[in-house]
Design a protein around this ligand. Structure first.
Ligand SMILES: *Cc1c(COP(=O)(O)O)cnc(C)c1O
Length: 414
C-alpha cells in the first residue's frame, strides 16, 4: 500500500471507504445508511461548489481568525542549541483551539441543507463546546450528547455549552462516557435526520465524518505552507512537523498540504498521550501497537483487552484521552509516512515549564506533549533543520491542573 500523489488523502479509500483496505469504513446499523448517504452527497456537492468555498474562506477569515500566526521561538532555539524551532499558533483561533474549523464547516453544511439544528457527541466536552459556539454564531439550535459520568467531571465545559444556548443531553447507558454518547447521538440522528445535522468532533467516526473533519482542519497546513515560503523564500530541505494526536484532527490538518513531499524533506511526527509514568494505562494506540478493532463506526487501532472490549485510557490531557485514533493516522502509520511516539504526563508538564520559561506562548497540555518530543529531538539536530510544532490549544483551560501539578507560578493568566 502506498499514498497516491496528487489526490487528497481523505479520498484515497476503496469502495467500502477503507484506507489501505483495513482502516475506516462504515460499521453502522442499516438505519444510519440514509442520513449518512444524504450527508455524503451534500458534502461532495459543496466541496466542489465555488460559492460554498468562498463562504468557508470568508468565515475562516472573519470568524475563526485565519490565518493563525507562525512564529519563531528564538529563545528556545538559542537555549537548545540545535534545530530552528517554530510554532504554528493555532490556539489563536476563535475558541482557543483547532476544533472550531470542523465545527464551523459543519454549521455551514447544516445551513446549506436547510436544517435548523445541529447535534453532536462529546467526551471531555471541547468538541461540544466548539459546536455549540459555532451553532450560536450561525443561528442553529444545538443538542450535545454527553455521558453522565463525563458531565460530572467536565463541569466547566458543560457550563460553557449551556451558556452558548445549547442543550446537554445526559446519557445514562453503558459506561456513561463518550462511547455511549456516540451511540445515543446516532440513534437520535436516525429518528430526526430530516431536520437535524450531525457533527463528529475529530477525524473519527463513520467515513463521511472523517473526511469532513480532515477537509476542514487542512486549512492549518494550507496557511502554514504559504507562511513557510514567506519566511524562507522556498521550501527548506529539512522540516519536521510535530503534533499531538488524540482523534487526530489537528495533526492531520497540520500535515495534509505536505503529504506529497518526500518524508526526508518534510517529516511528520505524531505524539500520543502516554499517560502517567507510573500507570499502565495510556491513550497511545499507535505507539504501543494496539490491535485493530471497531470504535465509533470505523476500523482502527484501538486500546482493547484480550476479549476485544475497549479499554479505559488515562492522560493528563482531556483532549488526548481517546482509546482509538483516526483511520487516516492508522494508514499513515502503516505506509510509514508518519512516525508516532508518546509523551507521558510528566514529559508534557516539563515541556510546558520549559516553553513558558523561554517564550510568550502557553501551549495547553495537548500540544505540550508535542513540544516534549520536539524539544528532545531538536537538541540533537543541526541548525539547518526546521522544527515546527502545532501549538493547537491554549493552556488557560488547563489552569487548575497546572496549578495543582506545578504550583501557582505556572497557572497565572492575564
Ligand atoms: C481535542 C483536542 C486535541 C485532540 O484532538 P485531535 O483530533 O487529535 O486534534 C488536541 N489538542 C487540543 C487543544 C484539543 O482541544
Amino acid at each position: 500500500m502506498k499514498i497516491k500523489k496528487g489526490i487528497p488523502l481523505i479520498d484515497q479509500h476503496d469502495k467500502n471507504f477503507m484506507y489501505g483496505g483495513k482502516f475506516g469504513g462504515n460499521f453502522i446499523p442499516e438505519t444510519l445508511k440514509k442520513p449518512i448517504d444524504d450527508l455524503t452527497k451534500l458534502f461532495h456537492k459543496l466541496r466542489n461548489d465555488k460559492g460554498f468555498l468562498k463562504e468557508r474562506d470568508y468565515y475562516f477569515e472573519n470568524y475563526v481568525g485565519a490565518p493563525t500566526p507562525f512564529i519563531k521561538l528564538d529563545n528556545l532555539t538559542k537555549h537548545l542549541k540545535g534545530a530552528q524551532i517554530y510554532a504554528k499558533v493555532v490556539s489563536e483561533a476563535n475558541g482557543g483551539a483547532h476544533k472550531i474549523y470542523n465545527a464551523t464547516v459543519h454549521c455551514l453544511l447544516a445551513r446549506r441543507s436547510g436544517k435548523k439544528f445541529v447535534i453532536g457527541d462529546t467526551g471531555a466536552g471541547y468538541a461540544g463546546k466548539m459546536l455549540s459556539m459555532a451553532a450560536k454564531k450561525f443561528g442553529l439550535k444545538c443538542k450535545i450528547f454527553m455521558g453522565a459520568k463525563d458531565i460530572k467531571r467536565q463541569q466547566p465545559n458543560v457550563k460553557a455549552i449551556k451558556k452558548n444556548g445549547a442543550e446537554v443531553v445526559p446519557v445514562y447507558s453503558g459506561s456513561q462516557t463518550l462511547v455511549d454518547a456516540v451511540s445515543e447521538c446516532m440513534r437520535y440522528w436516525v429518528a430526526n435526520c430530516n431536520h437535524a445535522h450531525m457533527a463528529v468532533g475529530s477525524t473519527v467516526g463513520p467515513s463521511i465524518f472523517v473526511r469532513i473533519c480532515g477537509w476542514s482542519t487542512s486549512q492549518i497546513s494550507r496557511e502554514l505552507k504559504s507562511q513557510i515560503i514567506d519566511e524562507f523564500g522556498s521550501m527548506p530541505k529539512k522540516i519536521k512537523l510535530y503534533n499531538c494526536v488524540g482523534g487526530g484532527s489537528s495533526s492531520f490538518g497540520f500535515w495534509n498540504e505536505f503529504m506529497d513531499y518526500n518524508r526526508k524533506q518534510v517529516e511528520f511526527i505524531g505524539v500520543e498521550a502516554g499517560g502517567p509514568t507510573k500507570s499502565k494505562k495510556h491513550a497511545a494506540p499507535l505507539t504501543y501497537g494496539s490491535k485493530i478493532g471497531i470504535l465509533h463506526g470505523a476500523a482502527q487501532y484501538v486500546n482493547q483487552n484480550s476479549d476485544g472490549q475497549i479499554e479505559e485510557t488515562e492522560s493528563i490531557s482531556a483532549g488526548l484521552d481517546y482509546p482509538g485514533v483516526s483511520p487516516l493516522h492508522c494508514f499513515l502509520k502503516d505506509v510509514k509516512r508518519a512516525r508516532y511516539t508518546a509523551a507521558s504526563d510528566e514529559d508534557a508538564l516539563e515541556a510546558y515549564k520549559l516553553v513558558t520559561k523561554y517564550e510568550n506562548l502557553k501551549p495547553s497540555l495537548e500540544p505540550s506533549h508535542a513540544f516534549s518530543v520536539a524539544i528532545k529531538e531538536a537538541r540533537k539536530l543541526s541548525k539547518d533543520t526546521i522544527v515546527i510544532v502545532n501549538s493547537c490549544g491554549d493552556a488557560h483551560k488547563d489552569k487548575d491542573i497546572l496549578e495543582k501539578r506545578l504550583g501557582k507560578k505556572y497557572a497565572k493568566f492575564n
